[in-house]
Write a protein that binds this ligand. Structure first.
Ligand SMILES: CC(C)(COP(=O)(O)OP(=O)(O)OC[C@H]1O[C@@H](n2cnc3c(N)ncnc32)[C@H](O)[C@@H]1OP(=O)(O)O)[C@@H](O)C(=O)NCCC(=O)NCCS
Length: 190
């Protein structure tokens, strides 16, 4: 089981479980990034913009990590700096699949600086080395050039196009499916 206090540091950013005390900061960056994110992420719920609801959501996120269901990490600047985005491994499926779905977003004030590429690399390291997954997949709009660039830079391969795959901004939209398996991750245990 991944300890909730674990911190996974990279060169400039780190990943860790969300803390209840992160709620005001997460609401702040999610609120100012609302328009920036709107075209690419699911229609947000009220818990993304209300600090009390965000606290309850964080408690659910922590329960999900303990239960090995979803790992919705905070991406921070340095090991104890401010939260600048989220990187998540969700829908963990064990058994013969050992798969999770990758998702991410960054604060509009911090995009374009390579932070998400670093955060996603850390998440893949967690997936393959810490929680023993075999495969991580991402579903990305063909129009989302920045997200496709991040996924491909992190080693995800294009696997095809899924018609009307996710409901984004109110419409069922085609997505490209990309994936990486543990065999491609040099540091993963065999
Ligand atoms: C996708 C997202 C997380 C990228 O975050 P980021 O921190 O800016 O990512 P990075 O800086 O690590 O990398 C971005 C890459 O995209 C490239 N990029 C950005 N806009 C681009 C465009 N219009 N065309 C082609 N490449 C583009 C950048 O050049 C960079 O690649 P490079 O380092 O090779 O130059 C951020 O844009 C975001 O939050 N978008 C909205 C939410 C979202 O789309 N989430 C993913 C849903 S699948």
């Amino acid at each position: 089981m991944l300890p909730l206090r674990a911190i996974f540091p990279g060169k400039r950013v780190a990943l860790r479980a969300p803390r209840v005390s992160d709620a005001p900061r997460i609401v702040e960056i999610r609120t100012r990034s609302r328009e920036f994110l709107r075209a690419w992420v699911p229609v947000p719920g009220p818990d993304e913009f209300d600090v009390d609801l965000a606290r309850a959501r964080i408690l659910r996120d922590r329960r999900d990590i303990r239960a090995d269901r979803h790992y919705r990490f905070c991406m921070t600047l340095g090991e104890d700096g401010p939260v600048i985005g989220r990187v998540a491994l969700t829908q963990v499926f064990r058994g013969i699949f050992q798969n999770a779905s990758l998702g991410y977003w960054v604060d509009v004030e911090h995009h374009g600086q390579g932070f998400t590429t670093e955060g996603v690399t850390l998440a893949l390291d967690v997936a393959f080395r810490e929680i023993g997954l075999h495969r991580v997949q991402a579903a990305i709009s063909p129009h989302n050039a920045a997200s496709l660039a991040v996924a491909r830079k992190c080693g995800l391969r294009d696997e095809g196009r899924a018609a009307r795959y996710l409901q984004i901004d109110g419409a069922w939209q085609d997505h490209l499916l990309l994936a990486v398996t543990a065999e491609d991750w040099p540091a993963a245990p065999r």
